[in-house]
Design a protein around this ligand. Structure first.
Ligand code: PGA
Length: 255
């Protein structure tokens, strides 16, 4: 595991974007796993800048998003479809047929989840999965207690997530109670993982994920079992880490 502690959010985002861009330059038909949330926004901005100013080409890239609410149409401004369109897709030259976000409106959700898993395999598996981390150690919608071998499936959102989300909806009845999420096992099958975290609120989760016991109580801790993980955090999120980390990972970039 390469743990990289950067000065602030902007530096964290640039570092993350460098890793993605490096992988894309090496493999133009990269299969990239994407995340929603506030954490990757800076990384996405930098990828857009690289695309516009440096010609970073996404035309052969395939993307798979981690998760989506059930019952929220793609055009709803709280859907993850909408989030990705607004914050990334509309500014890159991705081919729409290679872009995948779980379909929260699928008639048969279980069949859809099986299809999503198969589709990832059809493209040769995820080359690089971008991840945020919840304050409780969740990855995607795999909340504490999720099976570490889980695959893409429907999860019931926990009470805290429902309460956090309530402010984004006109009334409580509209707040989604379920989501489709890649499983922990799906994420672990990615060839490389890039986990980002910033801010003091993430410090305990980062400590548990990187240095704690491997446990379903902190689903992110499973990345300790993965061979190719970058954990890129800002100083606040990395403030409780005890290990000594350095930048030796740079040797494997730009060679
Ligand atoms: P955030 O969410 O990026 O909005 O902090 C991360 C997560 O919950 O996985």
């Amino acid at each position: 595991m390469f743990v990289i502690i950067k000065e602030d959010y902007d530096q964290m985002s640039l570092e993350g974007a460098k890793i993605v861009a490096d992988r894309l330059r090496r493999k133009p038909n990269l299969v990239l796993g994407l995340a929603t949330g506030s954490t990757p926004l800076g990384l996405y901005k930098e990828l857009i800048r690289m695309h516009k100013n440096e010609g970073l080409d996404f035309s052969k890239v395939t993307t798979f998003n981690l998760d989506e609410y059930v019952g929220i149409p793609p055009e709803h401004d709280q859907s993850y479809h909408y989030f990705m369109k607004e914050n990334l897709f509309k500014d890159l030259n991705l081919a729409p047929r290679f872009v995948h976000v779980p379909n929260g409106m699928a008639k048969d959700i279980n069949t859809f989840c099986d299809w999503y898993e198969k589709r990832i395999k059809e493209f040769g598996g995820l080359d690089l999965q971008i991840l945020g981390i919840g304050g409780n150690g969740h990855i995607a919608f795999n909340e504490p207690g999720s099976s570490l071998g889980s695959r893409t499936r429907v999860k019931t959102l926990d009470e805290k997530t429902l309460a956090d989300n309530a402010r984004f909806f006109d009334d409580e009845t509209q707040v989604p109670k379920y989501a489709i999420t890649m499983g922990v096992g799906t994420i672990m099958d990615a060839k490389e993982i890039l986990l980002l975290a910033n801010g003091e609120k993430k410090a305990n989760a980062v400590k548990s994920a990187v240095e704690g016991p491997i446990t379903a109580q902190c689903p992110a801790s499973v990345v300790q079992l993965h061979q190719n993980v970058f954990v890129v955090v800002d100083k606040s999120a990395g403030s409780t880490l005890e290990g000594k980390y350095h930048d030796s990972w740079k040797r494997i970039l730009f060679e």
